[in-house]
Design a protein around this ligand. Structure first.
Ligand SMILES: [Zn+2]
Length: 353
């Protein structure tokens, strides 16, 4: 039987001074153990398909866009960056196979240093990229390196504006998945309170249309990335960011596209759709918050979650909201607040009997 390694096992190993780079290759890691390793490794760490960590070799010294050309070139050709170039090809292939990109559309970026990003080239199908096609850019979009002379994607500014505005963003994905893009073209934000996966992992908003690749387009998207990780770009497509890695940013696309498709099917079945209750959504938002995923609804009053002016007009809410102790970051709901909600609910229920 394969060994299962939990986060507690890893914490014990760290406490005991053991090297986490030498975990048994065939061992299974629990999801929280994988998160623990990811946090230890920092941004852009790579996981193989089994979820086992492949630790990045230590960098001699941090490279920035101001480093010498020689140092930047050496970093561009380092094993760590080579691995990330392969990841970009892999995710590009998955986007193309799922028909989330068309022609030369779509682009990807990974933040690899304080002010350097690795990105896909322009005018190449995302399904058929080679590692040498990838480019290094500084955070203003100036190209620093390329493996074979290709030019960086024309939409890089949007990715970089997301990274500048959202320091937690380590990877970004932009593509044109048909169902999601349909919602973006219609200017319809997908309705909420229907499917757990979408509520936990996605936080969606719509940015107005501007010409692709312009700083104006990037600025409108960047305005939303504080509270949202998946942005529908009106009359264009979708862009997502992740605080974990490139594959996680890509997962945001799969989740949104599956959701939009499901909502469309449900709306055609001739019956009103059922939604989850605010209490059920509250549980999902607690999970979301523990995963470090932003959502403008975190901290809202429970009865506002599925029935409030923003999500469903005309409903007023009398339950006190969950306030944070420092006033800015909403605090996780505590036992006292939950007891209060329960007491009020009981009171209302007893009155209706
Ligand atoms: Zn596009």
């Amino acid at each position: 039987m394969k060994q299962v390694i939990s986060v507690k096992d890893l914490q014990d190993m760290v406490r005991g001074g053991k090297d986490l780079n030498n975990l048994p290759a065939e061992a299974l890691l629990t999801p929280s153990a994988r998160d623990f390793l990811r946090e230890l490794e920092g941004p852009a760490a790579y996981k193989n398909s089994a979820g086992n960590a492949t630790p990045a070799p230590p960098e001699a010294k941090p490279v920035t866009s101001k480093s010498s050309k020689q140092e930047i070139d050496a970093f561009f050709n380092s094993p760590r960056i080579q691995e990330l170039k392969h990841q970009l090809c892999d995710i590009g292939r998955r986007l193309w196979q799922r028909e989330y990109v068309d022609g030369n559309g779509g682009n990807l970026a990974i933040r690899v240093a304080e002010d350097i990003a690795l990105c896909t080239p322009t005018l190449v199908s995302k399904g058929f990229m080679q590692p040498d096609d990838m480019c290094f850019v500084d955070l203003d979009g100036n190209q620093l390196c390329s493996g074979n002379g290709k030019k960086r994607t024309s939409e890089i500014l949007m990715h970089l504006q997301i990274m500048k505005r959202q320091p937690r963003a380590v990877a970004t994905v932009h593509c044109h998945p048909p169902y999601s893009t349909g919602f973006a073209v219609a200017g319809v934000e997908p309705p909420s309170c229907m499917i757990p996966e979408y509520e936990v992992f996605s936080s969606v908003a719509i940015a107005p249309y501007r010409t692709p690749g312009t700083p104006e387009m990037g600025a409108l998207v960047a305005d939303l990335v504080d509270k949202h990780n998946t942005i529908l770009m009106a009359n264009h497509g979708v862009v997502s960011w992740s605080h974990n890695n490139l594959e996680d940013a890509y997962f945001k696309m799969e989740i949104l596209e599956a959701y939009c498709r499901t909502v469309l099917v449900a709306s055609q079945l001739g019956k009103p759709v059922n939604t989850m209750t605010p209490a059920q959504l509250q549980d999902l938002l607690k999970i979301k918050q523990s995963l470090g995923i932003p959502d403008p609804r975190i901290g809202l009053k429970e009865c506002e979650l599925c029935d409030n002016n923003e999500w469903r007009p005309g409903v007023t809410c009398a339950i006190p909201g969950i306030q944070s102790s420092n006033g800015d970051q909403p605090a996780a709901p505590d036992a006292q607040a939950e007891a209060l909600v329960q007491a009020i609910t009981d009171q209302i229920m007893s009155q209706t009997k």
